[in-house]
Ligand binder design. Structure first.
Ligand code: GLC
Length: 613
């Protein structure tokens, strides 16, 4: 059981401060608007406890310095409030400080899970925390400790593994990396263990997140800027499973989905984010048994629960009922991206009407203040501006390159075609995705959904292959249409970047344009290597026999050099599948009865690295 995170004197400080707070100030601490919604002066006037940047909630000047200036304005305004309670700014730094142009983008969790290397994940967490803290941010909504069950889910890549033990181990490693030399060390970042609980256990078709009739007034989905593609994506399955219902028994919930929370809390995590999903028909945001009795009772969680983005709104058509039910269930801070004054008014009315006890409000604020005291924010509301030079620094990019190397899983290597010889014959590289930084970073990169193209700075796979084998030996064709033969062809195929339910897909087969490129290269090359950039296993069973080698590269991030290092034997293949690889669409939900094409834990090693290359 975790002991209390504060010293006795610190606990006394919290009680004394709480005793001086008005009801308005307490409710202000429980309120977290999105930065684009906050009116100037409201942080001080309403004593707001937190502000967040949603996915892509970037400053006009999207640079590390521009981020620091934006965040600092909010922090400074909080210092003007009556009690000067420090503001805690939150972002989704889920694979590096991924909204910030120039930041190091690490592999998404599905790739880190394939490394099974807790120390590496701890170092990734530390580097990420330094880049986040450099911008004066001290809270990241990570790690997701989802245990993916149905890989049609658009958030599969946010999960480390289908093995809860691996998820627990890597979540603890990330928490420790975020903590660094101590929560009050000035460069720690508060982790948010999410999404509580069993967010990954939902059933296809049970999500009610999207209503085609209200698409044009959904302010959150508008942020995704999908345009007319949106309806096409919905026809492909978008928002069919994300935020749906987990119809699993309590034993499964406790054995598969709860352990990573217990582990992360015991490692010192002081924030948990509630899940949009429901368990057996009851939304987690209103689930008192799970949020209070289990999380705060059984697991003895001493930190605070934050809602997901407008998550409480889904509880009922009556907003006042949403507020009362979620706070009484155990939500302590509400992420209310847009209408924060409506929330504040509603909660105050509920307290005054006796629908929410003030003792519950006190408990919520005590938990929030506990985290802020643990982070040392009262003594040091700002981080050291000198940290700015670590954002995207060479050492962090080198670390990301190491993580990429270790994340790659070799699933087929007919005739040991891999590793390639850096000094060998001409190589054909094909596929538009081979030279697309956005495609290799995936969702949650610069914008919420991520996007193709040079959205930030890094090394594409093509650039990396050229750097390793020499420009004069590497020939590139985006569509695979070439006029000569090659001994080796490397085709890179990527999923379209996506996040959350926008990535729910009924069909996980390769797209026709990908199959065409592979076919063209197959006809022109003696040996064919396919590199998949994907947030999950894809259905490739039929096509695989025509390929000589298959590398699962997941969503490696900005440091594509890590892929070339292993393709050319400068480092060995060592990654192991972090989840079962489905044989067909019928296998998309993991069951003991299924016979996957490849099992979790599989991964070939290659010959010893080529020396002297
Ligand atoms: C999103 C996600 C959550 C994220 C939050 C803030 O909807 O569900 O993972 O941390 O909102 O962006």
């Amino acid at each position: 059981m975790p002991q209390h995170p504060l010293t006795f004197d610190q606990q006394q400080f919290v009680e004394e401060l709480l005793g001086r707070m008005t009801l308005d100030e307490k409710i202000g601490q429980m309120t977290q608007p999105e930065k684009n919604s906050v009116k100037p002066g409201d942080v001080a006037r309403l004593a707001l406890g937190s502000v967040l940047s949603g996915g892509g909630g970037n400053p006009e000047e999207n640079t590390p310095r521009g981020w620091r200036a934006m965040v600092t304005r909010f922090i400074d305004e909080a210092q003007q409030s009556r009690l000067r309670i420090p503001l805690l700014y939150g972002v989704d730094a889920v694979h590096g400080h991924n909204n910030v142009v120039g930041a190091t983008i690490f592999p998404h969790n599905i790739g880190l899970g394939a490394t099974r290397d807790a120390d590496l994940v701890r170092r990734v967490g530390r580097a990420t925390a330094l880049e986040v803290a450099a911008t004066n941010v001290r809270w990241s909504f990570a790690p997701a400790v989802s245990v993916p069950q149905d890989v049609r889910w658009g958030r599969t890549y946010e999960g480390y593994s289908q093995d809860p033990n691996v998820v627990s181990e890597l979540a603890v490693a990330l928490v420790r990396g975020f903590e660094g030399d101590g929560w009050n060390s000035g460069t720690s970042v508060l982790p948010s263990v999410k999404h509580f609980v069993a967010d990954a256990a939902t059933t296809w078709g049970t999500s009610r997140r999207v209503d085609r009739a209200t698409l044009d007034v959904d302010r959150t989905l508008a942020i995704a800027q999908m345009g007319q593609d949106f309806v096409e994506l919905i026809d492909l399955g978008a928002w069919q499973i994300d935020q749906g219902d987990a119809d699993i028994d309590e034993e499964t919930l406790r054995e598969v989905h709860l352990p990573p929370y217990r582990a992360a809390i015991e490692a010192g995590a002081l924030n948990v984010m509630a899940s949009y999903s429901s368990w057996r028909g009851l939304k987690l945001h209103g689930h008192r048994f799970l949020l209070t009795d289990v999380l705060k009772g059984e697991l003895n969680f001493q930190g605070f629960v934050v809602s997901d983005w407008a998550g409480i709104d889904q509880l009922s058509a009556d907003y006042d009922a949403c507020v009362a039910q979620s706070i009484n269930a155990g939500v302590d801070m509400v992420m209310v991206p847009f209408d924060y004054e409506r929330f504040i008014t509603s909660l105050k009315r509920a307290v005054q009407a006796g629908q929410v006890e003030e003792a519950r409000v006190d408990d919520a604020v005590r938990r929030i203040l506990t985290a802020k005291v643990a982070l040392g924010l009262f003594e040091r509301p700002h981080t050291d501006e000198g940290l700015l030079n670590v954002v995207g620094c060479a050492a962090h990019r080198e670390l990301a390159r190491e993580a990429v190397r270790k994340s790659l899983v070799l699933l087929k290597n007919e005739g040991d075609v891999l590793p390639l010889d850096p000094a060998g014959e001409d190589i054909l590289v094909a596929g538009a995705d081979a030279d697309d930084l956005g495609a290799q970073c995936g969702g949650w990169t610069i914008s919420w959904m991520g996007g193709r193209g040079a959205t930030t700075s890094g090394t594409t796979l093509l650039e990396a292959i050229r750097a390793t084998a020499g420009h004069d030996r590497v020939f590139y064709s985006a569509n695979g249409d070439v006029t000569r033969d090659y001994r080796v062809g490397v085709v890179v195929v990527a999923e379209e970047p996506y996040a959350e339910g926008m990535g729910d897909r009924a069909d996980l087969g390769l797209r026709p344009e990908h199959l065409d490129v592979i076919e063209r290269v197959r006809a022109r090359c003696e040996r064919l290597v396919v590199v998949l950039l994907s947030g999950r296993p894809l259905v490739i069973t039929e096509q695989l026999q025509a390929w000589d080698a298959l590398v699962a590269a997941w969503l490696p991030g900005t440091e594509g050099q890590g892929v070339a290092d292993v393709l050319f034997g400068l480092a060995p293949f060592s990654g192991r599948l972090s989840l079962d690889w489905l044989r067909s669409a019928h296998d998309s939900r993991r069951t003991d009865a299924m016979t996957p094409l490849f099992r979790m834990g599989e991964g070939l090693t290659s010959r010893e690295p080529v020396t002297g290359a």
